[in-house]
Design a protein around this ligand. Structure first.
Ligand code: FES
Length: 164
């Protein structure tokens, strides 16, 4: 008679099934944890953005493209600016990035006396960039600009732009 040990055909699959379930449960726990923690970490420590401030001037178009009271959001370098034509006060250029949480402000409607952020209804003075109402903690930073031969050229920001 032989002393060979014969594996129990009933226990072996159960053990394998148990291992598989253990690994599957572990994997789903880790995946869930990563899914929850990734956006939290991204919010708390946002990644550094590849910001490049334009060293030269950027033409944003002829002054006739900016009717009195209006403000247009335009790209300058890799940042949006809002170019406002204030009746009696002239052209102003501000960062179009809200100083609250970084939303891009709306184009200025000539019928209203403010620049509006659509996210939390922050409102800014179109002449000074100062906060009129809402949660933004700081004014919109102004940009250097020049008007030459009826063309508007935008330079560097004066002050710190949100996210830099
Ligand atoms: S992001 Fe502009 S008001 Fe909140």
């Amino acid at each position: 008679m032989s002393d060979r040990i014969v594996p129990d055909p009933v226990l072996r699959p159960a053990s394998s099934r148990r291992s598989f379930l253990k690994y599957a449960l572990g994997f789903s726990f880790v995946a869930t944890l990563a899914g929850v923690l990734t956006p939290i970490i991204g919010y708390l420590w946002p990644p550094a953005r590849g910001i490049q401030v334009v060293s030269g001037r950027t033409s944003v178009g002829p002054i006739t493209d900016f009717p009195g009271g209006s403000g247009r959001v335009m790209p300058v370098g890799n940042r949006p600016v809002i170019v406002v034509n204030n009746p009696g006060k002239g052209i102003r250029v501000f960062s179009a990035i809200c100083t609250h949480l970084g939303c891009v402000v709306l184009e200025k409607d000539p019928r209203v006396a403010y620049i509006q952020c659509p996210c939390h209804d922050g409102r800014f003075n179109p002449v000074t960039g100062a906060v009129i109402s809402g949660p933004p903690p700081r004014p919109l930073p102004a940009y250097e600009f020049e008007v030459e031969a009826e063309e508007i050229y935008v330079g560097r920001p004066i002050g710190e732009v949100y996210g830099e």
